[in-house]
Design a protein around this ligand. Structure first.
Ligand SMILES: Cc1cc2nc3c(=O)[nH]c(=O)nc-3n(C[C@H](O)[C@H](O)[C@H](O)COP(=O)(O)OP(=O)(O)OC[C@H]3O[C@@H](n4cnc5c(N)ncnc54)[C@H](O)[C@@H]3O)c2cc1C
Length: 402
């Protein structure tokens, strides 16, 4: 290959780590590398629920991309991917078109609940820094409106979280701790505020064992989260949420509905003719797609199975492992060397329940309370170290004692 052009789209966990690894592994004369991302910063998605609840300022989760990449090796373009034309090896961005020889897809998920179009209009989601800030400001705005209104509308103080997976539970844990703070700010009695969590399945935190789920539910309920399971979302309007449970329809008056449930594949993939499996892109263990060996996929949309053939769920750790393999294989491809395989192992599970509480299962051991939070802090800090060394760790690391 004659100085190939490698294009990486999306600078989330998978995309940015691929870029950082490639800039170390490839010499300037071996390849041209371009990174395309929506913003001039990378963000730690694993902290977004804290940004949305207002317990951590969003600036803390942002990392300027120019501070991490070596600009003599990587061209950085702030733009948005619109489509991928595989036949001509071109990527259409909003503002320009790029040709690629090798492409790395690291785009994140799109929030959506199938069959509930009103979600687009009335539901909030937590997918990036701007959406997290919007959720926080929307909640504060409603509390402020309530405090100032002559005719009080109780729905302003009701918040519904749709989806009882990790994101829903983590957000509920942060928000329920923050509600007394917001109430003090706007002179509202905290008993007037209701935080509901709806889960369609019969239990919260799918993938967690019974004891962990029980611990999490008890912790959240004791702080006031009203957890409703077997609740199928039917409709979401500006001031109400309708769900069905045991054949009956129920309505909650609420000005805030945050959807954290099912996500959909980025529409760019389907249009590019990539083969999807369970809404993810089918890949070989060496990380390139089954249909096109010039396209690698890392992170959220790389369909991976463990040694038992079970799907490995997307996590930051999975994205990082895949990024390391993708970068190594891209360098090998350029140097005509053999490619290696990514061997995903079923990882543990972890959900924080606020600043000092959480649950986790790590190597078949259950972890409860502050110890689970500590595991998450260590893993987040280690990530910063991998990405930008001591400098980034000292700048952005979370060293707060519990
Ligand atoms: C609130 C929250 C808490 C989480 N907590 C944890 C946790 O504690 N531990 C854990 O392991 N995982 C956690 N996760 C999951 C983890 O963040 C994801 O699995 C991980 O981010 C996936 O990495 P990725 O690189 O595939 O995608 P992402 O990190 O989502 O990055 C994709 C990037 O692509 C950009 N992008 C999207 N579309 C375009 C486009 N068209 N053009 C250009 N750029 C685009 C996006 O802005 C985004 O920055 C959490 C997720 C959330 C939302």
């Amino acid at each position: 290959m004659n100085k190939p052009h490698i294009v990486i789209v999306g600078a989330g966990y998978g995309g940015i780590m691929t870029a950082v690894k490639l800039q170390k592994q490839l010499g300037k004369n071996e390849a041209e590398i371009t990174l395309v991302h929506k913003y001039d910063y990378h963000f730690q998605a694993s902290c977004l629920h804290e940004n949305a609840a207002g317990t951590l300022h969003q600036d803390h989760s942002k990392i300027k991309i120019k501070d991490i990449i070596n600009r003599s090796k990587i061209n950085f373009i702030i733009d948005e991917v619109v489509s991928i034309k595989r036949n001509s090896k071109k990527i259409k961005l909003k503002n320009k078109e790029l040709h690629y020889d090798l492409l790395v897809i690291g785009l994140g998920f799109e929030p959506r609940a199938e069959g509930t179009p009103e979600l687009d209009e009335h539901a909030y989601s937590i997918t990036d820094i701007n959406s997290a800030r919007f959720v926080r400001e929307h909640i504060e705005y409603n509390f402020a409106s309530y405090a100032n209104a002559i005719k009080k509308d109780e729905s302003s103080l009701n918040i519904v979280i749709g989806g009882g997976g990790i994101l829903g539970v983590e957000f509920a844990g942060e928000l329920i701790n923050q509600i007394p703070v917001i109430c003090r700010e706007y002179d509202i009695e905290k008993t007037q505020v209701h935080l509901y969590m709806l889960e369609e399945g019969k239990s919260f935190l799918p993938g967690f064992d019974e004891k962990l789920v029980h611990y999490a539910a008890t912790s959240l309920q004791s702080r006031g989260v009203e957890m409703i399971h077997n609740a199928k979302l039917k409709e979401c309007q500006a001031n109400k949420v309708i769900y069905e449970s045991e054949g009956k329809e129920h309505t909650i008056s609420a000005a805030t509905f945050i959807w954290t449930g099912e996500v959909q594949a980025n529409p760019v993939f389907e249009k590019a003719g990539l083969i999807l499996k369970n809404k993810k892109i089918e890949i070989y263990p060496n990380m390139h797609t089954t249909i096109d060996d010039s396209i690698f996929v890392v992170g959220e949309y790389a369909y991976a199975v463990d040694e038992n053939g079970e799907e490995v769920l997307p996590t930051a750790k999975k994205a990082l492992e895949e990024a390391a393999v993708a970068a190594k294989n891209i360098a090998s491809k350029i140097r005509n060397k053999e490619l290696i395989s990514c061997r995903p192992v079923k990882q543990g599970v972890l959900a924080t329940l606020g600043r000092d509480d959480g649950v986790a299962a790590i190597q078949n051991r259950r972890v409860f309370g502050w110890k689970a939070v500590l595991v998450k802090r260590i893993s987040d800090n280690y990530y910063l170290f991998q990405l930008g060394g001591w400098q980034l760790l000292l700048k952005k690391g979370n060293f707060h004692l519990l």
